[in-house]
Design a protein around this ligand. Sequence first.
Ligand code: ZN
Length: 377
Amino acid sequence: MLNKERLIKEFEELVALPCESKKEKKVAELVKAKLQQLGVEYYEDNVNLKTGGECGNVIAFLPSNVQHLAKPIFFEAHLDSVSPCTGTKVIRKNGILYSDGTTVLGGDDKVGVASMLEAIRAIKEDNLQHGDVQFLFTVSEEIGCFGAKYCDTKKIKAEFGYCLDTEGQLGDIVYAAPKQYEIWVKVLGKTAHGGAEPEKGINAVMLASKALSALPQYGRIDAETTMNIGVIKGGTAHNIVPAECEFVIDMRSLNDTKLERLKDETIEIIKKSVSASGGKTEIQVDNSCPGAVVAENHPCVALASAAAKNLGAKEIHLQKSGGCSDGNFYCGMGFPTVVLGTGMSNIHTTEEYLKEEDLFNTARWVYEIVRLAGEGK
Ligand SMILES: [Zn+2]
């Protein structure tokens, strides 16, 4: 049976370990040791060959123990946290878990890691009937979802899945997250001495600034589309006409058509503006994150909703997100994936906290989804 105290203890044990992105080996080793103790089949993949990290993703598997057909599913949580995240000491106060203020708590995403481990333990203890279930403990989410992005799709033995990695509570289901482009623009001008003969130069900083000013809008474009100019750099000295200036535009939308149009129009305006002033552009477009929209009536959503209701959630909140998560990459690979609310709060700060109840509910939610999927209805 799921055990709240045991879960909290395990959470404390997990967050105490260092776990910066690419340096998740200690926590991966602990997870593997626990899976070993539980007699669960698992392996570590080799995404670290691509990520340059210390270890790969740890993937555990509970093979079906029922005769009937049950939908194969997966759960996922990432092993890394943002700094400072080494030696986290958990302070328990009035049913809430905090760090001591010198580190993040690491609920992002040890709430998912601990909940999956506790659910696996209870599933084994209870001899729960279930279909095929995979548990993915992934690396380097915080620096670009690398564990998910580079994982071998052939190794995913599921129809759909659940990421345990967002704020909100039992009943909160993120079913849509935007596709994302990063547009890297290099504006090329011509260098000259800024004091002696500036007329011989073409000022790339000014050209970049003109091009950006020519954009009709930025920030919130509409309800499902955003655009941010997050980086600009150029020039080498106060007295040199800068030959280069670079900037990066991040654009996202839940609607692919709108995103394509915004990308094309933006690039067109920039190119035109720069060439009108005698400069050149080099533009690179990275699709940094695929879009993730799971139909509201998809079994993935239906199962999570039914499980949350069984556990007493009064309302189911289907939500759209403006951010990219590991879930986007699974969706991009053809595995519909939603993100479940886990209670993590004030993440990426030393004021991060997690209600004990939300931690326990996350484990209960995992267990109940496994149970319902195992019924094979
Ligand atoms: Zn996270």
